[in-house]
Design a protein around this ligand. Structure first.
Ligand SMILES: [Cu+2]
Length: 476
């Protein structure tokens, strides 16, 4: 098994052997030239079968990028994927033309071409993924970690875990079987679509879960049959950087025997909270501190909501025996919910201020026909949320559909200010779950002018149209 040793007190140098993917060893300071990322193709072995997938890798072949404190996001993205692409820097707050979304002014990168990016990096656990077609389903996703000076000083080994849902099938075929036509809602509203034969969605009372069936669930490209093993020190401290990069799957993170302390969500510090099992919706991140008091091997698991299937990695102290962990839990997990959200509080909340602009949107759509929308409009007929530069904006999202939607706003981090009718001073985030029959209110400062996508992070919901934009020009 390959280990993913990470820097502890900066002891591991660049030449340390065995550092494979997802290493956090500081890379050379890259003030110039820009860090080079390649969006390319690779082959993954899953369930004993090889599968062609995409990947986004740095010069040393490891996925994604880890930036040092103060380092700019100065990146040249080389497209070697064999087709057009564009990559979104999820969690970053760049000028909007560098956001990585064609719909809001970004430029598609042709195969063989490069594109440059240069902006102030926002610290935290973030990620990058294709924002073109269904490439994200084929694993065009990678971590984007920006460390703070405090992270570097902290006596903690860092381990990044990128979760994914994996299929051997062509994602376009899955979308077609769902009855969706893609292209952000090029379908005719109200047109009868065949009901999906591919995805017997899990029924849990009044709600639909898991609209796509997968062949495997991956943590750092591996299943539990052959998981990533992170060697740790006994008595050591580990900082997990968990990223849900799955396209349609929400997970329950299960720390098993370990007591965790949640310290950040979506790259933003929260008041430390003791956790053992908590939800992580598509697009969301969570940073968790673990103290390995005892020697042994400890699984960090991610179990699919409404299902027994799970994935994960193993933390193992030296010489610890690593027992096999079953790929299925004893019982199905519940649907993800707002149980964690209600307990989160930002370390640096937005300054108190009355909102200048208040908007309310309904999350709409159905499984049959498979069309997802906002205010019953797909992207093709979307109504932009127009606000003004400098405003405090509050948006209430009311879920009128039978599926939960993890809603992501590009270019901003918002504070969760109400769950239903209950006001909270919640976490700062860029992605929040809006459960069935629920509503969530968020507030943000309109401090990054441009056009910003605001969409469901279920890839197939977005592909069939569940997307709008927030728009404001620079104040004169
Ligand atoms: Cu959705």
């Amino acid at each position: 098994m390959r280990s993913i040793l990470l820097s502890r007190r900066g002891l591991l140098g660049a030449s340390a052997a065995g550092i494979a993917a997802f290493s956090h060893r500081p890379r050379a300071f890259a003030a110039s030239p820009p860090f080079r990322l390649t969006a390319g193709r690779r082959t993954l072995e899953v369930n004993g079968k090889s599968a062609p997938v995409f990947g986004i890798t740095g010069p040393d072949g490891t996925p994604g990028v880890v930036l040092d404190p103060g380092q700019r996001f100065a990146v040249t993205l080389a497209n070697q994927a064999g087709e057009d692409t564009i990559v979104h820097w999820h969690g970053q707050t760049p000028p909007y033309l560098q956001d990585g979304a064609v719909e809001t002014g970004g430029t598609l990168i042709a195969n063989g071409a490069d594109q440059g990016y240069d902006f102030v990096a926002r610290p935290g656990t973030h990620w990058m993924h294709s924002h073109h077609g269904l490439q994200e389903q084929m694993l065009m996703a990678a971590p984007l970690i920006v460390r703070t000076a405090e992270d570097v000083r902290a006596d903690a080994q860092e381990a990044t875990v990128l979760l994914h849902d994996f299929t051997f099938r062509d994602p376009a075929e899955i979308l077609a079987e769902l009855g969706g036509h893609g292209g952000h809602g090029a379908e005719m509203p109200g047109m009868a679509m065949p009901q999906s034969s591919a995805a017997p969605e899990t029924m849990a009372g009044d709600i639909d879960l898991n609209d796509v069936e997968y062949d495997a669930y991956l943590a750092n490209d591996r299943t539990l049959a052959d998981p990533r093993v992170v060697r740790t020190e006994r008595g050591g401290r580990v900082r997990l950087r968990l990223i849900n990069g799955a396209t349609t799957t929400a997970f329950w993170i299960d720390l098993g025997a370990l007591d965790g302390t949640l310290i950040a969500v979506d790259g933003n510090a929260v008041r430390p909270l003791a956790v053992r099992r908590f939800p992580l919706a598509q697009g969301q991140r969570a940073d968790v501190l673990l103290d390995l008091k005892e020697a042994g091997a400890f699984a960090v698991l991610a179990q699919r909501e409404g299902d027994r299937r799970r994935t994960g990695i193993i933390l193992a102290t030296p010489q610890a025996q690593i027992a096999k962990v079953a790929s299925e839990a004893d019982s199905a997990a519940a649907a993800v919910d707002l149980s964690l959200e209600a307990r989160l509080a930002a370390v640096q909340p937005l300054p108190p201020r009355r909102p200048d602009a208040v908007r309310r949107i309904a999350l709409t759509g159905t499984m049959t026909p498979y069309v997802w929308s906002i205010d019953d409009r797909t992207w093709r007929d979307h109504q932009p949320l127009v606000v003004s530069h400098g405003q405090r904006v509050e948006v209430t999202m009311v879920n009128r559909s039978r599926m939960a939607h993890p809603m992501h706003l590009h270019g901003h981090h918002f504070q969760v200010t109400a769950l239903g009718d209950t006001r909270i001073s919640g976490a700062l985030r860029d992605t929040v779950l809006v459960p069935v029959n629920g509503s969530v209110t968020i507030a943000f400062d309109a401090d990054n002018p441009g056009h910003w996508l605001f969409h469901c992070h279920n890839l197939f919901h977005m592909a069939t149209g569940m997307m709008t934009e927030i728009v404001y020009d620079k104040a004169a």
